[in-house]
Design a protein around this ligand. Structure first.
Ligand SMILES: C[S@@+](CC[C@H](N)C(=O)[O-])C[C@H]1O[C@@H](n2cnc3c(N)ncnc32)[C@H](O)[C@@H]1O
Length: 408
């Protein structure tokens, strides 16, 4: 694992010009990054041949996306294959057992699929199951299933009192051995919940919330740890704080913004969401071009978020709205068509830039996953990773499991 991690670090550093940038900001220049023009002209020639439909088709077809990019980055395919071999991919749809459907009443559909898949992943691991600690539990949807299947106690730890109350009422009604504890994961006392007997689980605990859990879990020698990370960028530090010694010694230093890259998938949300995003981006880019010409913008100027329904009123209305928000005054006559057209061209460029960056996205996430796995390994755990459900169910579908070696 260490060798793979080091090779992946070298790969990411070697190609950093192709993923370490913000496609939106780059597209404002109406050009590809200079390094691409110098190092890889065939990539630019290829991108120039693509229309929006083609780009969209590749966004929806990860295999084809990788194959196409593989022409320009031959080692990318090798790493992608290594990732596929290293993570046990299950992705089979799981169904509730008899009597479990009542535990899932009111749980959103995708969440049901996630917790059934995670429970299946936990079952696939040998060894003792429970007593459980469900970290950042929300209403304890995962904990319900674990409490029911294993009839072992679950402590569900959550910050929001209302979620604890609602989860406890449900658990009591269903006679589940669950106990909700309200608290702050960043408070030192939270560590006391994790003992050497605990099997700690977490579904989508964001950034620092899961890293603090891992630190407490290894310090207290929890017998098992099963979790799916998400929102890597939600950290207090300005830069990523590598967890494992191996990552601490690596030359790859990630900013908080770069930790967002694995999360930037445009595929989720359906057709309506996709079109709204497209319109909004075209308007935002067009407005920056307009601002540069007629409002004297030197740099990118931020514009607040907008209610999606306002986008239906058109580009001129959007620009007027943006100016009202910021106190800018537009001239009486503006060639709206011209600036909207610039917005459209820059949007297509942005999507092409994202397409290239997208080829590295999953590998960057894998680097973050390997760091967590190495951390557990360095602390005496046997570790596995799987993709517990399809990326359509949730793109954050890596699931890491560690079992303390001497507890067998
Ligand atoms: C992304 S949600 C996941 C909830 C649940 N595991 C699920 O998948 O349905 C993250 C949860 O962490 C909780 N949380 C946020 N900050 C926290 C903190 N400092 N301490 C404990 N829980 C926290 C939130 O209230 C939220 O319920």
């Amino acid at each position: 694992m260490k060798a793979t991690f080091n090779q992946l670090t070298a790969f990411l550093l070697r190609h950093q010009n192709y993923w370490r940038f913000e496609p939106f900001l780059q597209s404002l220049c109406s050009c590809y990054p200079t390094a691409w023009q110098e190092e890889l002209p065939p990539l630019i020639d290829w991108l120039n041949t693509l229309d929006y439909q083609y780009v969209e088709a590749m966004q929806n077809d990860p295999k084809r996306h990788m194959t196409e990019l593989g022409q320009f980055f031959p080692d990318m395919m090798a790493y992608q294959q290594l990732l596929e071999q290293s993570s046990l991919t299950t992705e089979t749809v799981q169904h509730p057992l008899a009597d479990e459907a009542r535990l899932l009443t009111g749980v959103p559909g995708r969440k049901v699929a996630q917790i059934l898949a995670i429970t299946h992943e936990i079952e696939r691991q040998p060894g003792v199951k429970g007593p459980w600690v469900e970290w950042c539990s929300g209403k304890g949807y995962l904990g319900r299933l674990l409490a029911f299947r294993y009839q072992a106690p679950v402590v569900s730890f959550e910050y929001q009192q209302a979620l604890c109350d609602s989860g406890q009422v449900f658990a009591d009604q269903q006679h589940l051995p669950m106990h909700f504890v309200q608290g702050d994961a960043f408070d030192a006392s939270a560590s006391q919940l994790l003992t050497s007997h605990s099997h700690v689980v977490a579904l989508h605990a964001c950034g620092d919330l899961h890293t603090v859990m891992l630190k407490h879990a290894v310090a207290n020698g929890c017998q098992a740890i099963s979790f799916s990370p998400c929102c890597y960028h939600l950290i207090q530090a300005e830069h990523y704080q590598p967890m494992s010694l191996t990552a601490q010694q690596s030359a790859l230093l990630l900013s908080r913004n770069e930790l967002r890259i694995p999360l930037q998938e445009t595929v989720t949300g359906g057709e309506r969401v996709r079109r709204h995003r497209q319109t909004e981006m075209v308007y935002r880019l067009g407005f920056q071009a307009l601002g540069k010409d007629v409002l004297g913008f030197c740099d990118y100027e931020t514009v607040p978020s907008i209610k999606k329904s306002l986008l239906d009123s058109g580009f001129a209305h959007f620009c007027q709205w943006a100016c009202d928000q910021k106190g800018w005054v537009l001239p009486a006559s503006v060639d709206w068509h011209h600036y909207q057209r610039i917005g459209e061209q820059q949007f297509l460029l942005m999507e092409k830039l994202s397409l290239v960056q997208g080829g590295f996205r999953r590998l960057l996430e894998w680097w973050l996953i390997l760091d967590r796995m190495l951390f557990l390994e360095e602390h005496g755990y046997d570790v596995t990773v799987s993709e517990f459900c399809t990326r359509a169910t949730t793109p954050r579908n890596f699931f890491i499991q560690g079992r303390k070696r001497h507890s067998r």
